[in-house]
Design a protein around this ligand. Structure first.
Ligand SMILES: NC(=O)c1ccc[n+]([C@@H]2O[C@H](COP(=O)([O-])OP(=O)(O)OC[C@H]3O[C@@H](n4cnc5c(N)ncnc54)[C@H](OP(=O)(O)O)[C@@H]3O)[C@@H](O)[C@H]2O)c1
Length: 236
């Protein structure tokens, strides 16, 4: 049975990762900013009282990361998978700042959640990942972070934050190779969630189940790669 820590588990992809890992019989530590408001996560807690631990965590808060590390360390000896999933598309809900509207607070908020927090989470939980079984850090990126394929303007902060996350993943994979820890950055596809919107072509179940499979089969030979949910390698 693996121990899996997921960020942003209140809804969307994080909730689906939580559900599917629980259905596979794994131990899930599902973290989110407001557990009491995450009703679907609470429903999962009633279905899986033994295997699901729900923990409050805002990934940008150092105090939260420190507290969660202590809580996890007390209950579990090791961590096998860390999924850095929490993400935001903009520094102000419902707004995208295109050319002419760019402002620094949008960039700093988006980079803090999407790029810097995954690195800080990985750093914090390293002592537990080092004790895990073929441990993996999975950073959820986006095709929007793929410089080679960018053919549109706009969405400056989101696109650059995911490109930064891609580079962070590559560097981290180099740092952690000797420890045997696999680090991957995965584009999940365009999926119907609050962020993906109702026009997204994909339902949530299939891509998440494919990513779970991909993560399970991945080894050090793939560490540092930018993959899509089907396992295809993407250009940077
Ligand atoms: N959906 C897509 O089509 C798509 C495509 C490519 C990449 N992605 C990536 O996939 C990941 C999940 O996206 P999604 O579609 O599931 O988005 P979503 O439905 O908007 O959910 C985002 C999740 O991130 C959490 N979150 C935001 N800021 C946080 C913070 N500071 N600390 C902790 N949690 C925080 C949210 O928590 P609250 O409920 O507290 O707000 C929520 O659980 C993101 O990294 C996104 O960039 C999504």
């Amino acid at each position: 049975m693996k121990n899996i820590l997921i960020t942003g588990s209140s809804r969307g992809l994080g909730l689906e990762f939580t559900k599917q890992y629980l259905e596979k019989g794994e131990n899930v530590i599902a973290s989110c900013r407001n557990p009491m408001k995450a009703s679907e996560l609470q429903d999962l807690k009633s279905r899986f009282p033994n295997n699901l631990t729900v923990i409050q965590l805002n990934v940008t808060e150092e105090e939260d990361r420190d507290r969660v590390f202590e809580q996890v360390k007390t209950k579990f000896e090791s961590l096998d998978v860390l999924i850095n999933n929490a993400g935001i598309v903009s520094g102000e809900e419902g707004k995208i700042f295109n050319l002419g509207e760019v402002y620094k607070e949008d960039f700093s908020k988006v980079f803090l959640v999407n790029s810097i927090a995954p690195l800080l989470m990985s750093e914090k939980f390293l002592p537990l990942l080092e004790k895990g079984e073929k441990s993996k850090i999975i950073n959820i990126t986006s095709l929007n972070g793929c410089i080679a394929k960018r053919a549109q303007g706009g969405k400056y902060s989101y696109c650059t934050s995911k490109a930064a996350l891609n580079m962070i993943t590559k560097i981290l994979s180099n740092d952690l190779r000797d420890k045997g820890i696999v680090v991957l950055v995965i584009h999940p596809g365009w999926i119907k969630t609050d962020m993906g919107g109702p026009n997204a072509p994909q339902e949530i179940e299939e891509p998440i189940s494919m990513i779970i499979d991909l993560v399970e089969k991945s080894d050090l030979s793939q560490s540092g790669k930018f993959l899509d949910w089907k396992g295809n390698e993407l250009p940077w």
